[in-house]
Design a protein around this ligand. Structure first.
Ligand SMILES: [Zn+2]
Ligand SMILES: [Zn+2]
Length: 119
C-alpha cells in the first residue's frame, strides 16, 4: 500500500446524488472520485470484509439494496480516515486516506494504476 505524506488529507467532500458519486478534495489539490457502490463493496469493517479467517458478508456479487449504496455523510476518524454513513445505517467501515486515494476512480489515477500493472 502506498504511503501518503502525513500532511495529505481530505479537505472537503461533496455528494453527487444524481450520479451516486463521492467527490473528495485533498490538500494537494487532487479531487478523488468514488462511486457509492464501489465504496460500499470495499467496506473494510469486519462484518463486510471478514476477520480472523471468517469470510465477510460483502463480496463483488453481494446484492445491494438502494439503501446500502446511499451515502448520507462522511465523518472523520481521528487524523487518518473517514467513515461513511450509509442509508441502511451501516457506519462501521473506516476507510484510511491511503485506501481512499488507492481506490480513486478519476481518469488520472486509473491510468496511473493501469501503468503499474502489466496488461
Ligand atoms: Zn462494513
Ligand atoms: Zn484520482
Amino acid at each position: 500500500m502506498q504511503q501518503l505524506p502525513p500532511d495529505l488529507v481530505p479537505t472537503s467532500y461533496e455528494l453527487d446524488e444524481d450520479h451516486a458519486l463521492l467527490h473528495l478534495s485533498w490538500s494537494d489539490g487532487h479531487e478523488s472520485l468514488h462511486s457509492y457502490e464501489a465504496l460500499r463493496r470495499a467496506c473494510p469493517c469486519a462484518w463486510c470484509s471478514g476477520e480472523g479467517g471468517f469470510a465477510g458478508n460483502m463480496s463483488a456479487t453481494t446484492p445491494l439494496s438502494p439503501e446500502m449504496v446511499t451515502l448520507y455523510e462522511l465523518t472523520m476518524v481521528g487524523r487518518y480516515g473517514l467513515t461513511p454513513i450509509w442509508g441502511d445505517g451501516h457506519k462501521t467501515g473506516i476507510y484510511t486516506y491511503e485506501r481512499l486515494r488507492g481506490m480513486c476512480e478519476c481518469d488520472e489515477c486509473r491510468l496511473a494504476r493501469a501503468d503499474k500493472q502489466p496488461a
